[in-house]
Design a protein around this ligand. Structure first.
Ligand code: HEC
Length: 133
């Protein structure tokens, strides 16, 4: 019986060592993961420092001016200049309608919803005060 014990003990130690070294390898892999993947995944929609003229106006003029710009005031709403857009940004309607929130007419009416990226850009601009910049 005593003769059997040592080999079993040795196997037990060998197994434990293998398991410990394995878990260390895993730890190493996690530490070595690149926090900035080369495809730049989460940088694809940059919503920092959004400006009215550079970032927001092109979206609004492209998707909304046919009904709310150039003298068109569908639903009594004009987005054709900064003051008009600012009014809808401040009263909350702008974000609700482009988000297609329940209880608000979905905009652009009859068209497809703005991309998540463009909605996020407008949201970010509003959250930073909807400045005339
Ligand atoms: C095809 C025409 C058309 C387009 C394009 C359009 N709208 Fe509208 N919009 C309307 C009409 C019509 C109403 C009034 C709807 C109603 O009151 O039910 C309206 C109403 C609104 C309102 C007022 C909502 C409220 O609750 O009072 C806002 C804000 C608005 N639109 C924003 C936008 C924005 C932003 C875009 C572009 C992303 C856009 N619209 C594109 C026709 C349009």
């Amino acid at each position: 019986m005593k003769k059997l014990l040592f080999p079993l003990f040795a196997i037990a130690i060998a197994c434990t060592t293998t398991i410990v070294s394995c878990s260390k390898d895993n730890e190493q892999d996690i530490t070595n993961n690149n926090p900035n993947p080369p495809d730049g995944g989460n940088n694809s929609c940059d919503t920092a420092n959004m400006q009215y003229t550079r970032d927001v106006l092109p979206i609004i003029s492209g998707s909304c001016y046919s009904c709310h710009g150039n003298g068109n005031v569908s639903g009594g709403v004009s987005l054709g200049n900064y003051a008009g857009l600012k009014t809808q940004a401040d009263n909350g309607n702008l974000l609700h309608v482009i988000n297609h929130d329940a209880g608000y007419p979905a905009m652009p009416q009859g068209g497809s919803k703005l991309s998540d990226c463009n909605i996020n850009k407008i949201r970010s601009w509003i959250n930073h005060g909807a400045l005339n910049n």
